[in-house]
Design a protein around this ligand. Structure first.
Ligand SMILES: *[C@@H]1O[C@H](CO)[C@@H](O)[C@H](O)[C@H]1NC(C)=O
Ligand SMILES: *[C@@H]1O[C@H](CO)[C@@H](O)[C@H](O)[C@H]1NC(C)=O
Length: 265
């Protein structure tokens, strides 16, 4: 699924009109560090990020909620730039990477995939299930100034399916819920993902009130927190002995400041 021109796992479905050669699944070795694993999975480069997990206790993450403001995309987008909060298990190739994706691509792609005008993003719920992308046929156009509420919830019964709920808070618009994937996620990471000739984000991204919920409280979870020095965030706090963990705000800086789309007026 990872091939030019769609390149990415991400959005590969949306590119299905173009013939995309399959990539042979590569077994990922189990290692003590997750370094490099996301890159292998996504065939991508990544900007500054926040990482948390896996828990020392083995408890999995069963929920994530946040309000995300992507800022404006690059004025002249090239190939894929994808922003997302992700929950997954980096140690298992059968893992489901749950990631509501906000993406920018060249204009022809944006128009056909989500009807975005120049300076808008496409939003879509997405699960990378092993190497298989699961997503919707057409994304939703959003503005850089939109505040998007993103909620992931893992069902506590049945197979434990993941549900993604997306709402444009700026307009009170709720998008259809999307349920796919059921593998346990142990790790949280923010993605600023660059595919092909894309060289990075153009504006500040802000995650507000990012809350992770564990199945079982783990008071030591904060020890697994790390971030790029350029990211502005306080360490997460737990109000309840380690069951929920809250980042009040995460600010991810523009990689290419000055290249931002400038809205009229
Ligand atoms: C989200 O709300 C903003 C502000 O009202 C609006 O400009 C934008 O078009 C909305 N996006 C969608 C997809 O409704
Ligand atoms: C933060 O998110 C949590 C979980 O969704 C919610 O219960 C809480 O009210 C939110 N807090 C603020 C300040 O918005």
């Amino acid at each position: 699924m990872l091939a030019i021109p769609c390149l990415v796992s991400i959005l590969a479905l949306a590119c299905s009109a173009t013939p995309v050669p399959d990539l042979d699944p590569q077994p990922l070795e189990i290692e003590p560090k997750s370094e490099g694993r996301l890159e292998a999975r996504q065939a991508a480069n990544f900007g500054p990020r926040v990482h948390m997990g896996p828990t020392k206790s083995g408890a999995d993450i069963i929920g994530l909620s946040t309000v995300f403001k992507p800022g404006y995309p690059p004025a002249n987008p090239t190939k894929f730039l994808a922003l997302w909060p992700g929950v997954w298990n980096p140690y298992s190739i059968k893992s489901d990477l749950v990631q509501s994706v906000i993406s920018s691509h060249d204009q022809a792609y944006m128009t056909s995939f989500c009807g975005a005008k120049r300076g808008q993003w496409c939003l879509q719920p997405y699960v990378l299930s092993g190497w298989k992308p699961l997503t919707i046929q057409n994304g939703y156009a959003i503005d850089g100034s939109d505040e998007i509420e993103i909620i992931y919830e893992k069902a506590t019964s049945g197979k434990g399916t993941w549900k993604q709920s997306l709402t444009n808070l700026s307009k009170g618009k709720k998008y259809p819920e999307y349920s796919a994937g059921s593998a346990a996620g142990t790790t949280f990471e923010t993605g600023t993902e660059m595919q092909g000739s894309n060289r990075g984000s153009a504006d500040t991204q802000v995650y507000r009130n990012l809350t992770l919920t564990l199945r079982v409280a783990d008071p030591t979870f904060a020890r697994t927190y790390s971030k790029d020095p350029k990211v502005v965030a306080n360490a997460p706090v737990t109000p309840d002995g380690g069951k929920t963990w809250v980042f009040d705000q995460i600010e991810i800086p523009a990689m290419l400041p000055g290249t931002t789309f400038k809205p009229a007026n």
